[in-house]
Design a protein around this ligand. Structure first.
Ligand SMILES: Cc1cc2nc3c(=O)[nH]c(=O)nc-3n(C[C@H](O)[C@H](O)[C@H](O)COP(=O)(O)OP(=O)(O)OC[C@H]3O[C@@H](n4cnc5c(N)ncnc54)[C@H](O)[C@@H]3O)c2cc1C
Ligand code: HEM
Length: 541
């Protein structure tokens, strides 16, 4: 269900692959063995070892397989680390100045961070260095990215408005960034498998209004963090390769994000934040409230449409933090030209006491609580246009193929939009199954039950994991316990191999459902997932 990735493919295709050097299979294998062995060593010796291995492999490769390599002249030397650099295009931190250079400091602070450098495509040699050092990044990636965030935010406090405080604190964002960088390194020869991931990240970025200039800030602090953590084991050759690698990757994102912004504007939307007014608030359950949002300034034109399943970015001031925060919320209604509706669960937070800290307080979520407590009808909130690669697009599936929508908790929102957009097609059979804790936390139950009565094409199944005393089985809910697909398998349209499955809920829920669907013979290609947090989508394997 992903959007077109033609844009990225074009960029990738336009990057000429330098054929100045190629490794024999035998040498590549040796290099991999060396890199694997390096995993058990300490940081500095690992990097030095792997780099040495790469350099050895490449220099010995050069003599036998390279027919086009240019003569690089005498080796140059990094004035700070003393490392000899053969054939380097220069120090990354002096923007390609040859080494040794009188002004050279090996200091990332000398970089003009707002300038997007005109980096050349990666050479084969740089690809090999990146691949060879990938295991080290995998091992120390989170340490590097945690250090990177701390320093970057210190140098650029305005980015507190952009990055999630919580994702930093809980380590989610450093982990997501580290694994993206690692995935890039190991797929460096063929980035095609990464294209859907790039799309997913690019949509998240655009929903937070990330702009090209910020890649300079991130690039500078990321390279600085690699140097800080790995020390002088980062030879200019390694630094050079990663600097070039970062910018080649950043340019893919910058281009894709530019395309997304342009498409939004062309579709009658806008780029960045636009003030919207809360036209209505509706309490849907004890913990979920819907907000109906209309543009603060009425232009008289319909608001831009969206694909059901997509989300909005919202940004607002958090008084307790003294700055803004931004989050994504799925659109929970069908496109209607008049308003956007989001439905937000209030995150009360859970205290998780440990033996060392039995009195640990719970941490309520920042934005959801401000939305619930302080955002009233008539108030304003900044909104980014609808984005996202998880959506239902009838033109891309077999006409009238059945649709199965499986959600847990507030994961209902994205699927409710899909349900509402398709329900009036009487030829489309739809099953909507959801699991909630109990009747108090269950939202939209009456609404969907009424839809089921008036639409023969809809089947509605409800699971309560801990139903309360007042919940009546058969009336309020169908099954007691977690969602178990065996119990509703007659409603899953398993006989039709065109049935499409859309899942939204916590990662553990989706992993379980993927496994259950697979056991019931459903091909993973027909299963589409949305995750309400950063990180990789779960897989059934
Ligand atoms: C594509 C997408 C669509 C989404 N759609 C929806 C939607 O339709 N409806 C919806 O309600 N949500 C949705 N979300 C989730 C939403 O974006 C927010 O993540 C959610 O509202 C929590 O934000 P928050 O600022 O309130 O909590 P955060 O401050 O981000 O905290 C997140 C969680 O961590 C806990 N926490 C915070 N700080 C700490 C700490 N120091 N130690 C331990 N725990 C801590 C909080 O209690 C909370 O449970 C979506 C997310 C994505 C990515
Ligand atoms: C090549 C460079 C970059 C890479 C590889 C990268 C990678 C990622 C990844 C993997 C995620 C998590 C996506 C998800 O699963 O939700 C993410 C989210 C995010 N990125 Fe980037 N990113 C890059 C550049 C930037 C830049 C330049 C900025 C802006 C300064 C930025 C800001 C964010 C923000 C704000 C989030 C949301 C999570 C949060 O709030 O902490 N990123 N990025």
């Amino acid at each position: 269900m992903g959007m077109s990735v033609v844009g990225i493919q074009l960029i990738l295709e336009s990057v000429p692959v330098s054929n100045t050097y190629s490794l024999t299979k035998q040498r590549t294998k040796q290099l991999r063995i060396l890199a694997t062995r390096a995993n058990s060593m300490d940081i500095k010796s690992t990097v030095a070892f792997v780099a040495a291995a790469a350099a050895w492999t490449m220099s010995s490769g050069n003599s036998s397989t390279d027919t086009t390599a240019k003569s690089t002249g005498a080796p140059t030397q990094c004035p700070v680390t003393g490392h000899k650099v053969e054939g380097s295009s220069g120090c990354p931190f002096s923007q390609g100045l040859p080494l040794p250079d009188p002004g050279h400091r090996c200091d990332p602070n000398s970089v003009d961070e707002f300038k997007i450098p005109d980096v050349p495509p990666l050479t084969d040699k740089q690809r090999e260095v990146i691949k060879a050092t990938a295991p080290v990044l995998a091992e120390h990636g989170v340490t590097i990215t945690t250090h990177f965030y701390k320093n970057m935010i210190r140098a650029h406090p305005e980015l507190r408005d952009v990055f999630s405080e919580t994702a930093q604190k809980l380590g989610h964002q450093p982990r997501a960034l580290a694994s993206a960088v690692y995935a890039y390194a190991v797929n460096i020869d063929d980035l095609t498998p990464l294209l859907p991931v790039v799309d997913r990240i690019a949509y998240k970025h655009t929903s937070l209004h990330i702009v090209a200039e910020q890649y300079g800030i991130v690039g500078k602090h990321l390279i600085q963090a690699i140097v800080d953590i790995l020390g002088d084991a980062v030879t200019p050759e390694i630094g050079d390769a990663w600097y070039n690698g970062y910018w080649n990757l950043a340019k893919i994102f910058i281009q894709r994000e530019r395309d997304i912004y342009s498409a939004a504007v062309q579709a009658g939307g806008w780029e960045g934040w636009r003030p919207f007014k809360v036209a209505k608030r509706v309490k849907e359950s004890d913990e979920i409230t819907s907000f109906y949002l209309k543009p603060a300034e009425d232009t008289g034109k319909p608001i831009p449409t969206y694909h059901p399943g997509q989300y909005l970015g919202v940004s607002l001031n958090i008084p307790a933090l003294g700055h803004k925060q931004a989050r994504q919320y799925s659109l929970s209604d069908a496109p209607n030209g008049e308003y956007y509706r989001i439905s937000v669960k209030r995150e009360d937070g859970v205290a998780i006491p440990t033996p060392e800290n039995p009195e640990v307080p719970n941490h309520p979520g920042w934005i959801s609580n401000v939305l619930h407590k302080d955002l009233h009808e008539g108030d304003l909130i900044d909104v980014a246009p609808p984005y996202g690669d998880f959506f239902y697009e009838p033109s891309t599936v077999t006409p009238n193929a059945p649709l199965v929508l499986l959600s847990a908790g507030v994961g209902q929102t994205a699927l409710l939009s899909i349900l509402k957009s398709q329900i009036d097609n009487a030829d489309k059979k739809i099953t909507y199954a959801t699991v909630a804790k109990n009747e108090k936390t269950h939202a939209f139950g009456n609404y969907i039950r009424d839809l089921e009565k008036s639409h023969k094409n809809l089947t509605f199944k409800v699971f309560y994991s801990s139903p309360g005393d007042k919940a009546v089985q058969g009336a309020h809910f169908d099954h007691h316990g977690r969602m178990n697909l065996e119990k509703i398998k007659d409603s899953l349209y398993l006989d039709d191999d065109a049935t499409e499955y859309f899942l939204c809920g916590p990662a553990a829920f989706m992993t379980d459902k993927l496994k259950e669907l697979s056991a019931l013979g459903v091909d993973e290609k027909r299963v589409h997932l949305e995750l309400f947090s950063a990180g990789e989508l779960p897989s059934g394997n």
